[in-house]
Design a protein around this ligand. Structure first.
Ligand SMILES: Cc1cc2nc3c(=O)[nH]c(=O)nc-3n(C[C@H](O)[C@H](O)[C@H](O)COP(=O)(O)OP(=O)(O)OC[C@H]3O[C@@H](n4cnc5c(N)ncnc54)[C@H](O)[C@@H]3O)c2cc1C
Length: 420
């Protein structure tokens, strides 16, 4: 609907129809607000196999939100339950699955079954399936999507936000949400700065088929170049997130398939039999970027526009999904109370709700990267001892599992699986 008329009675302009923006749009629409999504990339291009090769570990609380928004049925056939997570420090692939060596950590969903209602530690879903389910939900709901269309400028007056597209069209609404990723135009136009740094690392992502059953076990082991994660997918496949130095990442990207396979085999090991690469390989530069504020008068930031973090703990999108649930609830409750949904006082409630959790998780991920992406013998000993200690203490393990499941703290209703 790129050249269509711009709707007049919009409640919320959402710049960016990625996973965070589309989830927010569905939540607002379900509760009676009128969102409009804008994105330079049409949905059909977003779900192409060559667009986004990542799979995401989705916390069970975040998955409940999608069920509450009516997209659970479309996602469930593609969702692989994560029953166990095995973390190993060292260079022996799959060491934790043999239970050998002192330095490993084992998280098991059975240990928190009483508080998680039998839910797994999380679900592994390929991003293209998430994007397809959300796109269908948005289209079926009749939500207006302006695509291909790009937000070029925005201004924030006393009564409304005015968003100007690159083709000159103008949209007006009480509030504009920046969900356009790290290069957010809404953020810069609202005068909100960002802090952060680049990691000297690239995330290499590939999908593989394994010979032996993965049994829903995710593996993460820490090599000097960075973490190497084997994330189980449906049909006995796995998504690899393999962190390497920038130079090695570039070399792997241009390597011939047999060379890539040889490097892969060396890191993966043979504990799951023969491993075959399926489809293209993707690389992502890794960085940390945190917005100085998550809201300003008539503007709110969501997803990577607010916080882009290292994938070491699989929390980036989960933070964006928690943000979508909190922002939707804040705006809907304000609407029901007759408040101005774009006022500073309303948007500051959202920002305050999400600030502590977001900053703590972002900085914890950064600390993990520094602690684990190196071969310093003293640090190796310290982190190995730390892992062995946590592994021996049941309550500590359960704390980490509940934290990763996203079901702790002041949970928005959607993350409890309830409608707004
Ligand atoms: C290798 C890797 C693995 C990861 N694994 C996990 C994981 O297991 N679990 C997890 O929780 N997270 C994970 N993450 C993080 C996660 O992928 C991101 O946090 C998530 O994709 C961010 O989604 P988003 O919707 O906020 O932003 P984006 O995906 O960046 O979407 C932004 C959207 O805005 C659009 N846009 C851009 N500019 C404009 C504009 N000017 N106007 C309008 N629209 C615009 C873009 O086209 C895009 O559609 C991983 C990241 C990496 C790199």
């Amino acid at each position: 609907m790129a050249d269509g008329e711009v709707p007049k009675d919009i409640d919320v302009i959402i710049a960016g129809a990625g996973i965070a923006g589309a989830t927010l749009a569905l939540a607002l629409h379900q509760a009676g607000l009128k969102p409009v999504l804008i994105d330079p990339v049409v949905f059909d291009a977003q779900v192409a196999p060559t667009f986004d090769g990542r799979a995401s570990a989705i916390a069970y609380a975040a998955f409940r939100q999608w069920k509450a928004l009516g997209v659970g049925a479309a996602l469930e056939p593609h969702a692989q339950r994560i029953e166990q997570i095995l973390v190993t420090d060292g260079q022996t692939p799959g060491a934790a699955s043999h239970g050998t060596g002192p330095f490993f950590l084992r998280f098991d969903s059975a240990e928190i079954a009483d508080s998680s209602d039998g839910e797994p530690l999380g679900y592994l879903l390929e991003n293209r399936h998430i994007r397809a389910a959300l796109a269908k939900g948005v289209i079926d709901a009749g939500i207006t999507v302006l695509a291909p269309a790009k937000v070029a400028r925005a201004s924030f007056g006393p009564r409304e936000a005015v968003v100007t597209l690159a083709d000159g069209r103008e949209l007006r609404a009480p509030v504009a949400v920046g969900a356009e990723g790290r290069g957010s135009v809404i953020r810069s136009e609202a005068g909100i700065g960002a802090v952060g740094w680049d990691y000297p690392q690239t995330g290499v992502v590939a999908t593989v088929q394994m010979e032996r059953p993965h049994e829903g076990v995710a593996h993460e082991y820490f090599l000097p170049g960075g973490p190497f994660a084997i994330l189980p997918l449906t049909d006995n496949r796995a998504s690899l997130v393999w962190t390497e130095s920038r130079a090695r990442g570039a070399a792997l990207k241009s390597a011939r398939p047999e060379i890539f396979q040889a490097h892969l085999d060396r890191r993966f090991g043979d504990f799951l039999g023969t491993v075959t690469v399926e489809g293209p390989m993707f690389t992502y530069p890794l960085s940390l970027q945190l917005a100085e504020r998550f809201a300003a008068p008539r503007a709110a930031l969501l997803g990577d526009a607010a916080h882009g973090i290292h994938p070491i703990a699989g929390q980036g999108l989960n933070l964006g999904l928690k943000g979508a649930a909190a922002l939707a609830q804040t705006l809907v409750e304000a609407m029901r109370l007759g408040e101005d949904i774009g006022s500073e006082v309303v948007l500051e409630r959202y920002a305050a709700w999400r600030r502590l959790d977001t900053v703590s998780i972002s900085l914890a991920a950064d600390a993990f990267v520094r602690l684990f992406s190196n071969d310093n013998p003293v640090l190796r000993l310290a982190r190995g001892a730390g892992m062995a200690a946590v592994n021996r203490i049941g309550p500590a393990r359960r704390f980490f599992m509940q934290e990763a499941g996203g079901a702790v703290g002041d949970l928005p209703r959607l993350l409890r699986g309830e409608a707004l």
